[in-house]
Write a protein that binds this ligand. Structure first.
Ligand SMILES: [Zn+2]
Length: 486
């Protein structure tokens, strides 16, 4: 993108927006404390911040902190309801958050009402000031954004940058069915690659490995130790308790993306730092790879990260249902949008490949256990695949030296009869080969047993629920029900 295109309507990443105040950020954070799924939480924050817009500038004029906070909470609660209304599953997941927020609002609004006269007086005084200084507004431009900017300008000292990310609105009409977007790399035929990987050097907050992988450890935290069991395909829960990761689940961070250009250094750095703090607080992933290819270890390898939600994967005779425990979560700073993953950088690709080699060697991870979230994620309540869709297409398996798992029959469909709805097809545009293969397997089995496909699906989904119920549910595993330790 050229410098001239910066900030133009075709800007594909995100627009400039004034920072939200610290108080607004704190209130939104408080409301989201009861939402356990980090991605649901991020979606909620997007909604709340996008709706907030110019109105929050007005509320910053209120001189009394409790009244400001009550207002922010009311706004935040409204956004929470809007997100929940759009999705039955999210409604369930955010129930605890909404109950808590509502309770506090009832108390706080009584107090806030006392300050309404003050708010009205101040707004009236401020409007009078704008009227007397028309040239200031005119110089900024037109539309409501101009008003917001003018208000922002008059209240600059009150505006404190927040630690929250302020993601861009989802672009409408992004074409689907674009080819995979990650760049592929030339084969590994240039330079020497050591056959074994070892720790070559380390400092107080970094580790360097012999393949060039550098892991930043300044954000590393310990979480709940991995402790899980695996089912055999016949439904038997295998007795062995496991405490080491057996696979890798690839994600996108669903966060802001700034153009990779000189002039955006500050935004790029601040965006990544805010994301890292969010991921650390939520213990959302084991590893994050920023857009310059820096690899951060967040939740340490021996602990489960809260990255997978409900999911299914299988290999050989083994079926995995507790993916948070069984898989390491590796997230690329990027976003799933309009039916595809936005391009990752070559630096991310190289770093991701080196990290994958390192993790595979360290934990003896089989290649077909390096999976994407979009392939494994399910919504058990609705019996649907693709609850999270990150990397549901376009992951560069080949460049990572991994088998193409888009071609392998999808375990959630073949084993448990999960299906998809029209919304899924509209987003994806088409089914990938492994999904088609899994559906054919299921249909073949229904024919063989002379039962309807629907009956077979019901039977299998009931089986999934039975298997899932047999697993111990560690704290924080059921999103929306419990607060994790931070
Ligand atoms: Zn994900």
């Amino acid at each position: 993108m050229t410098a001239a295109a910066r900030g133009s309507p075709t800007e594909r990443y995100r627009r400039e927006r004034p920072p939200v105040s610290r108080e607004c950020g704190e209130e939104l954070t408080r409301i989201t404390d009861d939402i356990d799924d980090p991605i649901v939480k991020l979606r909620y924050l997007q909604k709340a911040l996008n709706e907030d817009g110019d109105k929050s500038a007005l509320v910053q004029l209120v001189p009394i902190p409790p009244a400001r906070r009550a207002w922010y909470r009311l706004k935040g609660l409204r956004a929470l309801d809007a997100v929940a209304d759009a999705d039955e599953e999210i409604a369930e997941r955010t129930l605890a958050a909404r109950k808590t927020a509502r309770r506090v609002v009832v108390g706080a609004s009584a107090a806030a009402m006392l300050f309404v006269p003050v708010l009205v007086a101040i707004v009236a005084w401020q409007v009078n000031r704008w009227r007397s200084e028309p040239e200031q507004v005119a110089s900024v431009g037109s539309s409501t954004e101009a008003n917001a900017t003018a208000i922002e300008a008059t209240t600059a000292p009150l505006s404190v940058p927040t630690t929250l990310t302020t993601p861009a609105p989802v672009e409408e009409n992004t074409p689907v069915n674009q080819p995979p977007v990650a760049e592929s790399l030339a084969d590994d035929d240039v330079g020497i690659v050591p056959s074994m990987l070892w720790l070559a050097d380390r400092g107080p907050d970094w580790e360097l490995y012999s393949n060039g992988l550098r892991i930043e450890t300044a954000y590393t935290v310990k979480g709940t130790p991995r402790d899980y069991r695996v089912h055999a395909r016949d439904g038997k829960l295998l007795p062995t308790k496991l405490d080491r990761p057996i696979g890798i689940l690839f994600h996108t961070s669903e966060s802001d993306l700034w153009p990779l250009e000189p002039g955006y250094e500050k935004e790029l750095r601040k965006g990544s730092e805010a994301l890292l703090r969010f991921v650390k607080r939520e213990q959302a992933y084991n590893y994050m790879i920023d857009r310059f290819g820096r690899v951060y270890r967040i939740v340490d390898d021996d602990s489960r990260a809260n990255h997978a939600g409900h999911g299914v994967w299988a290999r050989g005779d083994e079926v995995y249902l507790d993916l948070n425990s069984a898989f390491l979560g590796v997230s690329f700073e990027s976003r799933w949008e309009g039916g595809r993953t936005l391009p990752i950088t070559r630096a991310q690709l190289i770093a991701g490949r080196n990290l994958t080699h390192y993790l595979r060697q360290r934990f003896a991870i089989a290649p077909e256990m390096c999976v994407t979230h979009g392939l494994a994620s399910v919504s058990p309540k609705r019996g649907l695949i693709g609850y999270h869709l990150d990397w549901a297409r376009g992951f560069p398996f080949k460049a990572f030296g991994l088998p193409d798992l888009y071609a392998q029959p999808l375990p959630s469909v073949a084993l448990f009869g999960f299906t998809y709805d029209s919304e899924f097809l509209r987003t994806m545009g088409e089914r990938w080969p492994g999904l088609i293969a899994a559906e054919q397997q299921l249909a073949g089995e229904a024919r063989q047993r002379a039962i309807s496909l629907d009956d077979l699906r019901h039977e299998r989904q009931a089986e999934y629920r039975r298997w899932r119920a047999e697993l111990p549910t560690p704290a924080g595993d059921e999103p929306g029900l419990a607060n994790r330790n931070r």
